[in-house]
Design a protein around this ligand. Structure first.
Ligand SMILES: [Zn+2]
Ligand SMILES: [Zn+2]
Length: 382
């Protein structure tokens, strides 16, 4: 069936750019590699531009500008705006406006990359076609106060072309004259733009269709460690949709989230501050209630279709979850008391009390970790 959404028309600027760079990536790039070959400089330049522009989207456009998950010094804002433009995903204002609508109306008509309109629409269709009339940018007024954001908005095309194509070509020229410039333009420019764009598009398509939903099944957003590998950590999309202001998407320390690690390093260097983290107790509560909801739903909807053994396992899971939940409700109160005590004592900072509160809080965390470990060992039911 041909793709068609009522009230849409082709967006020629976006379509010709996307199709042009895509076609060049699968024709001109392999032809160059066949004729000239590859060397370490071109590989390094490709990777450097892939990381600079990819991270500028995830760390800058997404977590900093769209979600205000932390505050950043001007050099961080400036660099992510310059290399974010070089990803050719629109200026920050437009990107953030779309993204905030995506979170507000996830899976519904006003979601620009609504997955319920199909995988193709969520991935790239929404960019190739215009929605009439185009929604107003009335949800980014906070960003209009940032002079760097407004500067990028004004000179977006110039910045994008300079940083995305001319800069790699110039570096290639310095390395190996016209042949080096052409190679850098094709690899670190064109092929890299295609790679970064599809990385972002996959968050809107695959991360809303492949993976699991440990924190909430209210939306189609899913967690997938495989996707995280290709998206600088943005693959933990179920967590992100549930707790969008957290500077981490992979919330566990071992989850692959280079964006989170970069923000943390910037914080240590004094370039980022006020990193927002969702309280452990809220995360645990979300996981527990989602697991309970899943078990109950499974018992109710598929009770007549499952065998005796599975039914027993599900009942056992439900009981175990109820136990954990009861224990957790006790712990939660105590946990909050400890956090409050810690905050108050910090002002007085008497060493003994401080140590005591720290110790109690660590005990709490251990209990919480055990509860979650138990949850992870329960049989998968959905
Ligand atoms: Zn999403
Ligand atoms: Zn988001």
């Amino acid at each position: 069936m041909p793709f068609r959404i009522p009230g849409t028309q082709i967006n020629w600027t976006n379509s010709s750019f996307l199709i042009g760079t895509g076609l060049a990536t699968i024709t001109a790039v392999p032809y160059y590699l066949w004729k000239v070959g590859i060397d370490w400089f071109q590989v390094a330049l490709f990777l450097a531009f892939f990381i600079a522009t990819g991270l500028s989207i995830t760390l800058g456009y997404h977590r900093l500008f769209a979600h205000k998950a932390f505050k950043a010094a001007w050099p961080v804002r400036f660099l992510t705006l310059v290399f974010g433009a070089a990803a050719f995903e629109n200026c920050a204002l437009a990107w953030v406006s779309d993204h905030r609508r995506h979170h507000k109306h996830t899976d519904h008509d006003d979601d620009p990359y609504d997955i319920s309109k199909g995988f193709w629409h969520a991935h790239i269709g929404w960019i190739l076609f215009k929605i009439n009339p185009e929604p107003p940018w009335d949800n980014v007024n906070d960003l209009r106060k940032d002079r760097l954001v407004m500067w990028q908005d004004k000179y977006y095309v110039t910045i994008a072309v300079t940083a995305g194509f001319l800069l790699p070509a110039a570096l290639g020229w310095l390395y190996n004259g016209p042949v080096g410039a052409l190679g850098a333009f094709l690899l670190a420019g064109v092929a890299r733009v295609t790679a970064v764009q599809h990385m972002t598009f996959f968050i809107n398509s695959l991360c809303h269709s492949v993976g699991n939903r440990p924190y909430s099944s209210r939306t189609s957003a899913r967690d997938s460690w495989i996707m995280a590998l290709f998206t600088f950590g943005e693959g933990y999309h179920n967590y992100h949709h549930e707790f969008q202001h957290d500077y981490r998407n992979g919330v566990k320390w071992w989850q692959f989230d280079p964006t989170k690690w970069t923000i943390w390093v910037l914080h240590k260097l004094g370039m980022a501050s006020e990193l927002r983290r969702v309280d452990d107790s809220k995360i645990i509560s979300a996981q527990l209630s989602e697991a309970q909801r899943r078990v109950q739903e499974h018992l109710q909807t598929s009770a007549d279709r499952i065998n005796e053994r599975t039914r027993e396992l599900l009942h056992a899971s439900a009981e175990r979850l109820a136990e954990i939940n009861a224990r957790w409700n006790e712990l939660k109160v105590h946990y909050r008391e400890q956090v409050d005590a810690l905050k108050k004592d910090y002002a007085h900072k008497t060493d003994e009390k401080w140590q005591e509160a720290c110790h109690a809080l660590e005990e709490m965390r251990r209990e919480v970790r055990q509860a979650v470990a138990l949850l992870d060992r329960l049989p998968a039911v959905a």
